[in-house]
Ligand binder design. Sequence first.
Ligand code: ADP
Ligand code: MG
Ligand code: ZN
Length: 598
Amino acid sequence: MVVVALGSLVLEWAWISYDRVDTIPFSQFEQLVAAGRVAEVTVESDTIQGKVKDKLSSGNSFFMTARVDPALAEKLIAKGVVVRGVPSGGLSQTILLWGLPALMFYLVWNFMSRRLDGGQSLGGFMAIGKSRAKVYVEKDIKVTFVDVAGVDEAKFELQEVVSFLKAPKSYGRLGAHVPKGILLVGPPGTGKTLLARAVAGEAGVAFFSISGSEFVEMFVGVGAARVRDLFEQARKAAPCIIFIDELDALGRNRTPGAFGGYDEKEQTLNQLLAELDGFDPRVGVILLAATNRPEILDPALLRAGRFDRQVLVDRPDKNGRVAILKVHIRKIRVSKGVDLDRIASLTTGFTGADIANLINEAAIAATRRNADEVGFDDFTVAIERIVAGIEKKSRVLSKEERRRVAYHEMGHALVAASLPGVDPVQKVSIIPRGVGALGYTMQRPTEDRFLLSASELRNRIAVLMGGRTSERLIYDGDVSTGAADDLQRATEIAVEMVTKYGMDTKVGQRTYAPRPQAFLPAMQDTLVGAAEATGREIDLAVRELIEAGDVCARQILEKRRADLEAGVALLIAQESLTAEQFAPLRSPGAAVGNQAAA
Ligand code: ADP
Ligand code: MG
Ligand code: ZN
């Protein structure tokens, strides 16, 4: 405001002093008129300026503040004075005196309100309900599947979407089911955003993208309006892709927020759910979303008919990293001897983004030593730098740890492959994944199971124990903490067998439910209806079941020691193994059940 006042003061002064004008009192003006010295006057709403025929003290112009009434005007005309009237003030003067300060005021106000709330509120309340959606539409995306490497499984799943988008009409003709929403799940930097854009690029359709975090608005209703707008725009542009990045920011499990953010997020989420429900993919719009935290998503989003298909975009294994290196290495000049295989084996745990960064860093290192080409040593220098950074955020296993994890996972896998009634092994991996798991063994559930027999449950316990048993066998009894999750899940199964399904002969065929809502944590283990002696029997029965699983696993692994060693060697070299790649992992028995062991 100070600026504004100053501005108009200065301007007024400038205008007055222009042309050396004498400011005179009205009385002097009357005298001048009476003496016939006035040549002309210009009358404005409450000022008069004019010229005299001869000279005043500083020039021949004068100025005064006065209103001109009709009587004065007549008197002036009678004296032969030229009278000019400027109606409603001079245009230039009005602009100078009012327009400029007003403009400055507007700018200052605008700036301040932007500073106050990140630029949202002004537009927000000036256009309530009208979306200012930052929807990014890209028409000619050049990215294709060639640019995304090392995530073949995800690419394979998305290939279907591409062929649908290329010909939405003929696709439905055969009654093929088109997924409504596909959720890309994986750690940051694995290429989820890249994949989504590549789908659009492959299919040659428009790509509407918006980030979940942008929906978090101050004003209630704006987020919901944006969602509506997004779907409306997309429907008009079909066939196309809608991509919601960082879905977790928007679709977080609905719990009241600290500052009443609850209502707004909930409204936005509800609008999204409504759009999803009324959404017919046959018009040629495919919804993709990405998240690295699927576990915090509102379950309503994952229900059938919404984001009902999830595609895992995992950290690449060694072959995947070689493929990603090949994609990005095109951008730099490398010397002939650089062995991508060796670089890949030095970069366990790197994501696609880490590898892109690595190539950049290596090029910088080469530039710094004034080399013409990027050499292997540049890569090792860069790897060391990046690993130091990554080690802080995620874990990179030491060589010895990797060996142990390999034995552990191969233990699970071989036990699973040896027992009937257990899901066949799909993949074994020693790539750290998620927060807790250092490796994983994935089993493919072949069919939905509604009934499980006691022997199938026992086999599941044996599979879960297989990891630790393998460690014990190899490390001479010196087990690690890596089996905590396995033990917990084995215990859960055993407890249910004894207390819920009546599968232990000594404890008998009755149920013992955990006491609901115990106040003291120590009380939570107490079972309703179990006498102290029975409680002890239950404990013993559970322990026996787990020990039996351990013995079973041990017998298998001792018998298949050669397979174990061969599998571990391959796993360490390759980091992940499918059943196709390692024959001993193929199951002998019928495939049933549903479980995965970490
Ligand atoms: P996310 O969305 O999963 O966090 P991005 O798609 O944003 O990861 O990846 C960031 C960058 O890292 C990409 O632009 C690309 O350069 C590189 N990148 C990530 N994953 C891959 C991959 N699988 N193949 C090639 N480049 C990748
Ligand atoms: Mg992303
Ligand atoms: Zn395990």
